[in-house]
Design a binder for this molecule. Sequence first.
Ligand SMILES: [Zn+2]
Length: 97
Amino acid sequence: MPIYEFRCTGAHRFEVSVPMSMRDGAQDCPDCGASAGRLIAAPALGRLGSLTARLLDSTQASAHSPGVVDAVPGGGAAPRRGTPVTRDPRHARLPRP
Ligand SMILES: [Zn+2]
């Protein structure tokens, strides 16, 4: 969810993460409880795609719904020795170690 900046009638500024459909609704100020309207602010485009932004997004996502691992990453055990990796008949005639 995007983060929007609000300012109440008591001039307190705060940021709230709300769905875009609720961005124009009034928010209650966390400091004084007064109704606050949304401010129009410049987007923080310089943060998009950066390593810091991805780390923050990943941390925030894992705080709410941590990923559950039920298998070993990478598919498990290494392939068995001697398992054919090609079906080309010419490869069968190659010298063996
Ligand atoms: Zn306030």
